[in-house]
Structures are given as structure tokens and as C-alpha cells.
Write a protein of this length. Sequence first.
Length: 284
Amino acid sequence: VRGVLIRTKIDLRNNAAIVIQTFMRVRIRLQWYLCIRQSICKVQSLARTRQVQKRTHQLLRGVILLQAAARQQIEMRKFKTSIRASITLQQFWRNKSRGTEQEHLNISAIIIQCSWRCFRAQTSSMKRLLQSWKIQCFLQGEVEMSIIEKMKIAEQILRKAERGTASLAYLTCFYINKDEIYLEWMREQEIHIHGEATPNELLVKFVMNSEARKAPVFRKFSTKRLKLLVLKATIQTILAREEETIQNVAATKIQSMPRRIAEANKIAQKIMPRQSKKQLISAR
């Protein structure tokens, strides 16, 4: 009986030891599995964080590249708009200067045409006067040779002036003769002008006196002859003054053209910045 009990005890102990051993082995395996699982989770979490960091870095790089591209696009747009603005300003000022030049040229052409027409009208009127004097002298039959020679010289000068070859010389001779007329009349009459008489009146009086002295036929003046002489002198002086004023206006207009163009260029240079000029030079 004792041996059986001892064997049963031994068997129970063996069984208990086996169970304990299996339990310990299972516990060890479970701990090992848990450690492996934790390490796997940590590795996975590290890999995920690494991937997230990579994605964030990639996103940041993409955002930075997009920002740089957008800034470059904005700068290019600004550059293009500045170039367009500078080109439009240049075109505007060029068109304006061309328009002003064309207007000044048209005005100067009109003024020169008017002065030439006045000059032709003056020459034609003086030619008609010479023809009328010739007819009167021929009808009356008593004329001095000096008057005929002067009439011939005047006709030659008028023909040259009508052709346009000696217009300036004719004008200078006309003005010199006018001044000599004033001086001669003042010396003969011994009158000093202090606002008492106008140049028209002096010229009319001298023409009347000189033509009365030149020929004995012209000493007997009628009212019609006096009126004709007065009209002749006034027309000559008015035409001369109008021509002189027209030439002065034309000269001032033509001289003012380059000044206005220079002022417009200065304003354009002040308006346009220096950078736009450099950009325009590089673009060209």
C-alpha cells in the first residue's frame, strides 16, 4: 500500500511538474510573443512616422516650389505690364509729337501760302498801277525820260518777283526805299515826328509832292487823282505791314516747334522710370 501511495504521489508530482513546466513554457512564449509584437508595433509606428515626415517634407517642398513659381509669374506679369505701359507711353508721346509737328507744319504752310498770296497780290497791284501810269503818260504826251526808266526798272523787278527769283531782294529794296522816302521827306519839310503824324500820312504827302515835282503834267491835281494816290500809299503800307507780321508769326511758329517737342520729351523722361528704360533696352 505504501508503495502504491508513493508512486501515486510521485506521479502527481511529475504531472504537477509537467503542468508547471508547460505553464512556464507557455508564459515564456507569451512574453516573447508580446515583446515581438511590441517591437513590431514600434517599428511600424516608426516607419509610419518616417513616411509621414517624408510626406510632410515633400508637401513643404511642393508648397515652396509653387510659391516660387507664383512669385515668378507675378513678377513676370508686373514686368510685362510695366513694359506695356512704357511702350504705350512712348507711342502716345510719339503720336502726340507727330500730331503737333503735323499741326505746326500745316500752320506754317498756311502762313507761308498766305504771305505768298499777299506778296503776289502786292506785285500784281503795283504792276497794274505802273500800267495805268504808262497809259496816262502816253495819253498826256509829256513825260520825262527818268520817269520812263524808273517804270521800266520797276517792271523788271516785278517780273522777277513774280517768278520767285528775286523776292527777298525786292522786299529789301522796297523797305530801303521806304526808309529813304521818309528821310528825304523829313529833310525837305524839316519836320520832326513826335506822335503828330503817322507813317501813312507821311508817305502819302511825300508821294503827292514827289509826283507833283517829277512831271509838269502832274502838277495840276484833281480830287480823283488825290484819292487814288492816298489809296495807293495806304494799300502799299498795309500790304507791307501785313506781310511783315505774317512772316514774323511764321518764324515764331516754326521756332516754337522744336521747343515744344523738347518739352514733351522732357515730360516723357520724367514720367518714365529708369528701370522701365533698362527693361526696354534689354527687351529690345
